[in-house]
Write a protein that binds this ligand. Structure first.
Ligand SMILES: CC(C)(COP(=O)(O)OP(=O)(O)OC[C@H]1O[C@@H](n2cnc3c(N)ncnc32)[C@H](O)[C@@H]1OP(=O)(O)O)[C@@H](O)C(=O)NCCC(=O)NCCS
Length: 237
């Protein structure tokens, strides 16, 4: 989920570096930004059952209705209990619309029968003016939790961030009630971001206490180095 304004800044006539990235088709996005370290990146074997799973990347606009329904079902299965008592509430229609946001890309995890058993979604975007890769969702069926797959999926967010011009962090939002996920993110180097809301006094003596935290992890962007290396290779050929 994303809680703050994720709309991109637009300068008339000059697309931002992030807008240019979001216009790419999925194959180009994988090649330029996901940049998996192995051609077998789309194959994953369960460490305990040895069952084979497949990974694929697809933009929200190309996600089939059935796949969107499966992803929404997974969010409901793993996280409705966190949404329901929260300030956001569980609003499946709203969540569905957010999940169709044009710039989102999905990494889907399917079993041998083609059923979605896990997914994560991400968006290169501007958050309060900062270029970030926002992790919108990460959800695994119970059989895939505690297998190292969650860590692998989160690492893909860092890959995209490192290889996307101007981006220097991965950002995400987590309910404070979701202690397992909070601990998982902390172990992966995420910490509370400066954009995360603090408790504040409202009028009539009421106090706003946030029930979620915005976390982020800084990454070293390598796009300039890659461009220099490409230019040097082109000059010497
Ligand atoms: C949040 C979530 C994606 C995290 O996934 P996870 O299953 O805890 O994470 P991993 O798959 O990386 O597994 C974690 C542990 O599995 C263990 N593990 C078991 N086999 C492993 C293997 N072959 N390789 C690596 N780790 C392995 C490790 O001890 C690892 O612990 P570590 O983080 O200390 O390294 C998952 O719990 C989930 O889907 N939760 C429900 C939905 C949810 O809450 N989403 C977040 C919303 S904000």
């Amino acid at each position: 989920m994303a809680t703050t304004n994720t709309r991109q800044k637009r300068k008339r006539g000059t697309p931002t570096p992030i807008e240019l990235v979001n216009r790419k088709d999925d194959a180009q996005f994988i090649a330029d930004h996901l940049r998996p370290s192995s051609p077998d990146w789309n194959k994953w074997t369960h460490p305990k059952t040895q069952e084979a799973y497949g990974l694929s990347l697809v933009g929200a606009g190309r996600l089939s209705e059935a796949d969107l329904a499966a992803c929404l079902g997974l969010v409901e299965e793993t996280s409705r209990a966190d949404y329901e008592p929260s300030s956001m509430g569980w609003k499946p229609g709203q969540k569905r619309a957010e999940m169709r946001s044009a710039e989102l890309r999905y990494l889907l995890v399917r079993n041998g029968k083609g059923d979605i058993r896990g997914f994560t979604s991400l968006m290169p975007t501007y958050e309060e003016g900062q270029p970030v890769v926002y992790c919108y969702e990460i959800h695994l069926k119970p059989e895939l939790q505690g297998t190292g797959l969650g860590r692998q999926l989160l690492e893909y967010h860092e890959h995209v961030a490192r290889h996307t011009p101007t981006v220097a962090k991965v950002m995400l939002t987590c309910f404070l009630s979701n202690e397992r996920a909070l601990a998982f993110y902390r172990r992966r180097g995420f910490a509370k971001d400066g954009l995360s809301p603090e408790p504040r006094k409202l009028r009539f003596g009421k106090v706003f206490v946030p029930d979620y935290v915005i976390m982020s992890k800084g990454v070293v962007n390598v796009v300039d180095d890659e461009n220099e290396a490409d230019a040097a290779a082109a000059a010497s050929s």
